[in-house]
Write a protein of this length. Structure first.
Length: 210
């Protein structure tokens, strides 16, 4: 169990979050490429130097909101229930995420989420950064799989899992961005998730992951 943050750490976290949210609001309103870091600093009521103290790049201002998502698959595998297989744990979490409309599943139609996705989709640099983060997610998952697999097999398996999850998220996201409601899409999203994880279970049946 992690120790509670001290008051200084909490203030730093609050400042970091406030700067990121101020930046995202500006980017959503005017476009990522049409807002300067200096303007972000003014909106967040901090200096430009403070912005760079908390965020190394302009892209980091946006990706801070989702950076916690990239370690989730590996954490879900490591923290799985006793007797539960890694793939079963990933499936359980994804299905629960659909039911709870978690943004990580793509099945969320809240205005703020849709605006954030339009922002990312409209910026080539942000999309490239997300691809890099996806590689980091895959690497972390492969590391988690090495608890039960050799390194090479773990790498192959992680690539398959991330590919399936990415396809599921993209299908959901494309539809909600197209105007369909999350409630309307939920039954088909569950069916597609079951099919996707069913393919993983079939393809990985000779490993210790299922």
């Amino acid at each position: 169990m992690s120790e509670p943050l001290g008051s200084r750490e909490r203030r730093k976290l609050q400042t970091r979050r406030a700067i990121s949210e101020a930046a995202i609001a500006l980017f959503v309103d005017r476009g990522f490429d049409h807002v300067s870091v200096a303007e972000v600093a003014v909106a967040a009521e901090v200096s430009k130097m403070t912005v760079f103290n908390y965020f190394a790049t302009k892209e980091d201002l946006v990706l801070y909101r989702v950076e916690g998502l990239f370690e989730q698959p590996a954490s879900q595998v490591r923290d799985r229930e006793p007797g539960e297989s890694p793939v079963a744990a990933l499936r359980r979490h994804f299905l629960r995420g659909l039911a709870e409309r978690e943004p990580a599943t793509g099945l969320n139609d809240e205005d703020g989420y849709l605006a954030f996705q339009h922002l990312v989709m409209g910026s080539p640099t942000l999309k490239l950064r997300l691809i890099d983060h996806g590689k980091r997610t895959e690497t972390a998952l492969a590391c988690a799989f090495t608890e039960v697999l050799d390194a090479f097999t773990a790498k192959l398996a992680a690539a398959q899992v991330i590919a399936v999850q990415y396809a599921l998220v993209c299908c959901n996201l494309t539809r909600v961005l197209g105007g369909q409601s999350a409630a309307e899409l939920y039954p088909s999203a569950v069916d597609e998730a079951e099919r996707g994880f069913g393919m993983l279970l079939s393809g990985l049946r000779d490993t210790a992951l299922v």
